[in-house]
Design a protein around this ligand. Structure first.
Ligand SMILES: C[S@@+](CC[C@H](N)C(=O)[O-])C[C@H]1O[C@@H](n2cnc3c(N)ncnc32)[C@H](O)[C@@H]1O
Length: 295
């Protein structure tokens, strides 16, 4: 989406300013002109945000203060700032996460990875241990810890901002006693072994980076997305090192991009330690998840 700098005026229908319905109509048109999908829905969400959670009636009027807030939010969204960043939060499975600028906003595909990981976690022996590599907001670590009360999770990231955001979410969800956060370059600070390792590492191929939507390229951390020349750098590193950190029979689950599965399975088989390797599809029918087990 191009950088959008519209500044259309909304007509005042009385001396008290335009009605909420007129403001919503204006905002929808502005957002549509900036290429925002579902502009009417997003306009309503921004209005609720501007009004601190209230949903004013269509015929009501906003105070100049709230109207100013609403206009600024619409302008920011028009420039491509993702809605979850404006709201400061996003939903993940059945819970809410705080999101911060520079920390990847969890995606629906990753909910699929979390569901697969939870299914496996529920079948593990008592007091199992899981590792979330590149935890970002802490989405996967929190989903796992919430799903199984005797599970201990170590969540690592190289990025201090991500760790701070994850720390916030872990505390807000009351999981401090079971989710440990640690700064680490993948396994470098992780000597322990685990029953389950899960990761959504950066996997965008360098040549595909420019094709990502403007709001992703401009507002999401490159470090969270850039997977090197073919997008496989982090994935291959994790597949090669994971067997040393898994208990026998332990599981490795990774998110990947369609088209990377076959290569990754080849790398996994070359380790001679990972067996039962396969790739599963996401809800959109695209190959998205690598699964393997430690011999
Ligand atoms: C695609 S994001 C995934 C975030 C989160 N797990 C999720 O699914 O929403 C990748 C994460 O890996 C982290 N990361 C990138 N390189 C890393 C490295 N060398 N070691 C550890 N974490 C890394 C990034 O900071 C980012 O938080």
């Amino acid at each position: 989406m191009p950088h959008c700098t519209r500044g259309g005026a909304v007509a005042a229908t009385s001396g008290r300013g335009p009605s909420v319905a007129a403001l919503l109509g204006w905002a929808s048109r502005e957002l549509a002109a900036c290429g925002i999908p579902s502009p009417a829905r997003e306009a309503r969400a921004l209005l609720t945000l501007a009004c601190f959670g209230d949903r004013p009636a269509p015929s009501s009027r906003l105070s100049p203060f709230l109207r100013g807030r609403f206009r600024r939010l619409v302008a920011a969204r028009g420039r491509g700032v993702p809605l979850p960043l404006l709201e400061g939060r996003t939903g993940f499975l059945d819970f809410e996460l705080k999101v911060w600028p520079g920390v990847l906003i969890p995606r629906p595909e990753t909910e699929g990875l979390a569901e697969l990981a939870i299914r496996i976690a529920l079948g593990l022996p008592p007091n199992p241990r899981a590792l979330d590599l590149g935890t970002g907001t802490g989405a996967l670590a929190c989903a796992l810890a919430r799903a199984r009360p005797d599970l201990l999770v170590l969540a690592v990231d190289i990025d201090r901002r991500a760790l701070a955001c994850a720390r916030w979410n872990v505390a807000a969800l009351g999981l401090e006693s079971r989710v440990e956060l640690r700064r680490s370059h993948w396994f470098s600070q992780v000597p322990e072994r685990f029953h389950l390792i899960v990761s959504n590492p950066p996997y965008v191929a360098r040549h595909e980076f420019s094709a990502l939507p403007h709001e992703v390229r401009r507002f999401e951390a490159r470090q969270a997305l850039d997977g090197g020349e073919r997008g496989l750098e982090a994935l291959v590193h994790i597949v090669q090192k994971a067997p040393e950190r898994l208990f026998p029979g332990g599981w490795l689950l990774l998110e990947l991009a369609p088209g990377q599965g076959e290569d990754l399975i080849r790398f996994a088989q070359a380790t001679r330690c990972l067996v039962e390797t396969r790739v599963e599809k996401d809800l959109a029918g695209k190959e998205r998840y690598f699964i393997g087990r430690c011999r």
